[in-house]
Design a protein around this ligand. Structure first.
Ligand code: ATP
Ligand code: MG
Length: 559
């Protein structure tokens, strides 16, 4: 008994609705959801939240989930997006039960429109867009009936048929529902159902000159597919009465229930396809899959795993209240996943040459290194060590600060998996810049172990100069300098971070030579990096997914 109450408590509000419906035997206890993207852009992390939810509910309640392309705007939709969307959903780890398109139902939806006219619930209106606005009223004043509202059913049928045949130019007529121009709900004020658009559609070609509006097509598509729970974002709450009016008036065979939840909003991110499209078209980023984009394809290229994205979506949860999620929660999710999975390697991002003066010239020895301290089964590898190595510029200070345990004049540090070295001499160029360090090593400290119990606190990473390989590394930062770039008064593009990408040449250990695109590594002490698709056998290219520093960890513990 106790346990059931506990379980109930942790259900989110949509699961509660579903479990109540199941208990009442609604829809013959069927659960059928859908993910309905419009193929007018690439999916973003907000869509991922909807995917995880819709497919997750279907799995949890042994139901089904459709993938439906909501393709009712011929001018903006394209096959390219369809393919990218399918690919992203699969990559996220989901398989749809059936794939449909709103355009599969264009004839059925048209027939429903004819039926509405016959029920005297729709009319053909020829007010201009400007007159429409005038007749529409405002939130505080009622609208006025269109002078065309009282056309006869015959006349409406005839005009609608001629709209379909292409006898009129775009914008000349609209088919509108006859509901109530005085309704406090603006969406009830005789909303448009069909518009004339003489445009080529990527699936139906030039077959149609009229296209259904979103509200009309969406509810009917849900009903046609037998969707039981139609989940959308909060801004559609005010559309729900219309959604229900359409299906009830037309007595559709099934009556899906629309449920609204809050959108996912992330700090330092814009999350609308229209805005992301602007970033792409105006070349602020290299494409939809630029690793700085919040798109599924961008995150993938950045090195995010599907599992981390799914975990993130679960962690964010669902609610009815608009909220803004800290982007560091997303970073926390990928760190957590890669910490378990990513092999450790050594890579020096900002190299400083070190010559170990008492190490035999020309000698190269192989030292044993652990691949993943979190996963013993990942095994070990050999890393070459030689007389000349590179260390990180930041690991040396000429005048050490207090509690500085890394390298400094006269100081001793441990080279990870290798030896203790002591800095004996600094070489500078004419401008005074440090270009090389001369060190000595203690041969008895092989493997990084103290030979005599003497304490060496600092451990730094390194790469052999003769064996290491040069790699291009792309360091990414937030794309925007402002927490909510599209909520303020200035255009979001003015808030683009001019330093969101820094390209450097790093030196990495030779085991990475054959690393394949898409594979992730932890560069010890530096962060997680994944091989970019631009990588070639002669030029390695890495994207930094995320640094190791974990600002979110403390906050996450409290969630
Ligand atoms: P955008 O404004 O980015 O184009 P959209 O809602 O118009 O978003 P659609 O392709 O119509 O994009 O959305 C497909 C599904 O994904 C819808 O069910 C929508 O509710 C959901 N969705 C879109 N953006 C988010 C988001 N930020 N958070 C949660 N769900 C979202
Ligand atoms: Mg949309």
């Amino acid at each position: 008994m106790e346990e059931t109450t506990e379980e109930k408590k942790s259900l989110n509000f949509i699961e509660q609705i579903i479990e109540n419906d199941l208990a009442e035997g609604k829809n013959e206890k069927r659960i059928h959801t859908r993910f309905p993207p419009e193929p007018n852009g690439y999916l973003h992390i907000g869509h991922a939240k909807s995917i995880v939810l819709n497919f997750g509910l279907a799995t949890k309640y042994a139901g089904k989930c459709n993938l439906r392309f909501d393709d009712t705007n011929p001018e903006t939709e394209d096959e390219e997006y369809v393919n990218a969307i399918r690919n992203d959903v699969k990559w996220l780890g989901f398989q749809w039960d059936a794939e449909f398109n709103a355009s599969d139902y264009f004839q059925k939806i048209y027939d429903y429109a004819v039926q509405l006219i016959k029920l005297d619930k729709a009319f053909v209106c020829e007010l201009s867009a400007e007159q429409m606005r005038e007749y529409h009223g405002t939130a505080v004043t009622p609208g006025k009936d269109s002078p065309y509202k009282n056309r006869s059913i015959e006349e409406n049928l005839d005009l609608f048929d001629r709209m379909r045949k292409g006898e009129f130019p775009d914008g000349k007529y609209l088919l509108r529902a006859k509901i109530d121009m005085a309704s406090p709900n603006m969406h009830f004020r005789d909303p448009a159902l069909y518009r004339i658009r003489k445009k080529h559609h990527y699936r139906t070609g030039d077959q149609w000159n009229v296209y259904p509006m979103y509200d009309f097509a969406h509810g009917l598509s849900d009903a046609i597919e037998g969707i039981t729970h139609s989940i959308c974002t909060l801004e559609f709450e005010v559309h729900r009465p219309l959604y229900e009016w359409i299906n009830n008036t037309l007595q559709t065979p099934t009556r899906p229930q629309q449920i609204e939840m809050s959108r996912l909003n992330l700090t330092y991110t814009v999350m609308s396809k229209r805005k992301l499209m602007q970033l792409v078209n105006e070349k602020h980023v290299s494409g939809w899959d630029d690793p700085r984009m919040p798109t599924v394809s961008g995150l993938r290229r950045r090195g995010y795993t599907a599992q981390a994205i799914r975990e993130f979506c679960e962690r964010v949860g669902i609610s009815k209240r608009e909220n803004l999620i800290d982007v560091s929660l997303l970073e926390f999710s990928i760190r957590e996943d890669l910490n378990k999975k990513a092999p450790r390697v050594m890579g020096v991002l900002h190299p400083l040459k070190v010559v170990i003066t008492n190490y035999p010239e020309g000698q190269v020895e192989e030292l044993e290194a652990v691949n993943n301290p979190e996963d013993e089964s990942a095994g070990k590898r050999m890393v070459p060590f030689s007389r000349e190595i590179y260390i990180e510029q930041d690991d040396f200070l000429e005048v050490p600060a207090k509690k500085w345990f890394r390298l400094a004049p006269g100081a001793e540090v441990r080279l990870r998996y290798a030896y203790f070295v002591t800095c004996q001499e600094i070489i500078k160029d004419a401008a005074g810049k440090i270009v090389e360090l001369r060190c000595t090593y203690d041969p008895a400290s092989r493997g990084g172990n103290s030979p005599d119990g003497r304490k060496v606190k600092g451990t730094i990473h390194w790469v052999s100069a003769s064996e290491g390989i040069g790699a291009q590394v792309r360091l990414y930062d937030r794309l925007f300098t402002h927490e909510t770039p599209d909520k303020g008064e200035v255009d979001f593009k003015e808030l683009i971070n001019p330093n969101s990408l820094e390209v450097i040449t790093a030196i990495v250990e030779p085991s990475l030579k054959l690393a394949q695109a898409g594979v992730s590594f932890q560069f010890e002490r530096m962060g997680y990096f994944c091989v970019d698709k631009d990588s070639t056998p002669t030029q390695l290219v890495f994207n930094r997914t995320v640094t190791l520093k974990d600002a979110w960890a403390k906050i996450a513990e409290k969630i």
